[in-house]
Design a protein around this ligand. Structure first.
Ligand code: DMJ
Length: 456
């Protein structure tokens, strides 16, 4: 089924928006997000590995030809360093490792080089935004006193380690190791990492902590850096398990109805809200269970299972059976969005991602059942003639479509669904880690001197 879904999403993109970043499936035209500046083809690059894994050979070939002929980074464009890294660098790296086609390696390294000037700050903590022609960077004007964002500068590590590995140039890995160093030197309030860090002063901005938006993939990359290093990166490992300890003490709570959730922390006060983005953490806890210190393996799996259940409830308590952007545990509600501007669903993957990890790690059939419920809901409410669209209010009985087919729907949501219903030996966790955009990167085994030896 996810293959049929992929075909529908891809064919419509191809028909109406080929070469542009994303598809508007209702108006049947291209959608350009300023996150990528004038870099084009986000859907193509994000979808390459999904096409490959689903064995959509013709489509993969067309996509590869487009990359060869048209993917161009010599543009005067201000881009989001994080978004371009996770979608474009990550997408190209995976496409290279899966297919062995040199063009993807070359383009990934070329783009990586374009991103390097982002690290030219007094601390080496990169800017959020970079003009890839002039090399001038800056931060989001809304981010606490000129700060860089934890989930942005903390989500470069996996890709940059691979860029060094594939190019033979250590500079990429050095840049991300320095980010680690800066973070390690800083005092952390209650052991927590605030979402904002000023790249000039090296001081934290506002003390807001989140395992959802602005924080999320930083934690994910600590764990995955350790796993991707064949469990040799002890520093990444320690930072991850220390962070999880602080998260458990200060952020994880249980509702009176018995649902475990991860709250947000604002200078010591809790906001009892959990984002759809935060739902990825169920899978992360389960993935990290194996290495948990003090015989806590079972506990981390259990925590993953509880988060999965809560996020499933957030879907189940809507009329469309698709989860809202954020849900609350206060004012008499549990796992329900109470604000109009938190009721949308934009084809995000995190809940299905957690089902996939929980399925692989426990084989409890309920995760496939829950994944199937999501497929039915996507087909019923998000599928339109011209592709798949997000929904403005999942509590309404009538769809109001947002008219965007996000590129991560093809790279993540559909890939995780496909993996959920595949055998465990398709991209086994011992050999692959998924970047935060679901692009698989091989574990760098201790004894693999050269890149040719990676398992496919
Ligand atoms: C994706 O780009 C990535 O999963 C990122 O980590 C968070 N936001 C979207 C999906 O929701």
């Amino acid at each position: 089924v996810s293959l049929q879904m992929m075909k529908h999403a891809w064919d419509n993109y191809k028909h109406y928006a080929w070469g542009l970043n994303e598809l508007k499936p209702i108006s049947k035209q291209g959608h350009s997000s300023n996150l990528f500046g004038n870099i084009q083809g986000a859907t193509i690059v994000d979808a390459l590995d999904t096409l490959y894994i689903m064995e959509m050979k013709e489509e993969f070939k067309e996509a590869k030809e487009w990359v060869e002929k048209n993917l161009d980074f010599n543009v005067n464009a201000e881009i989001s360093v994080f978004e371009v890294n996770i979608r474009f660098v990550g997408g190209l790296l995976s496409a290279y490792y899966l297919s062995g086609e040199e063009v993807f390696r070359k383009k990934a390294v070329e783009l990586g080089e374009k991103l390097l000037p982002a690290f030219n700050t007094p601390t080496g903590i990169p800017w959020a935004l970079l003009n890839i022609k002039s090399g001038i960077g800056r931060n989001w004007p809304w981010a606490s006193g000129g700060s860089s964002i934890l989930a942005e500068f903390g989500t470069l590590h996996l890709e940059f380690v691979h860029l060094s590995h594939l190019s033979g140039n250590p500079v990429f890995a050095e840049k991300v190791m320095n980010v680690r160093k800066v973070l390690n030197r800083l005092d952390k309030p209650e052991g927590l990492y605030p979402n904002y860090l000023n790249p000039s002063s090296g001081q934290w901005g506002q003390h807001h902590v989140s395992i959802g938006g602005l924080g999320d993939s930083f934690y994910e990359y600590l764990l995955k850096a350790w796993l991707m290093s064949d469990k040799t990166d002890e520093e990444g490992k320690k930072m991850y398990y220390d962070a999880v300890q602080a998260i458990q003490t200060h952020l994880i709570r249980k509702s009176s109805g018995g649902l475990t959730y991860i709250a947000e922390w604002k200078g010591g006060l809790l906001e009892h809200k959990m984002g759809h983005l935060t739902c990825f953490a169920g899978g992360m806890f389960a993935l990290g269970a194996d290495g948990a210190p003090n015989d806590k393996t079972g506990h981390h799996i259990e925590l993953g299972a509880e988060i999965a259940r809560t996020c499933h409830e957030s879907y189940d308590r809507t009329s469309m059976k698709l989860g809202p952007e954020a849900f609350r545990f206060d004012g008499g509600v549990e796992a329900i969005a109470t604000r109009q501007n938190e009721k949308y669903y934009i084809l995000r993957p995190e809940v299905i991602e957690t089902y996939m990890y929980m399925w692989r790690l426990t084989h409890d059939p309920k995760y496939r059942q829950w994944g199937w419920e999501a497929v039915e809901a996507l087909e019923k409410h998000c599928r339109v003639d011209g592709g798949y669209s997000g929904i403005r209010d999942v509590y309404n009985n009538h769809e109001s479509h947002d008219d965007v087919q996000q590129s991560f729907f093809l790279s993540e949501t559909l890939k995780y669904l496909y993996l959920l219903f595949s055998e465990d030996d398709l991209l086994p966790f011992e050999h692959w880690v998924f970047n935060t955009e679901a692009h698989p990167l091989p574990v760098l085994h201790k004894d693999d001197g050269n890149k040719e030896e990676h398992q496919k």
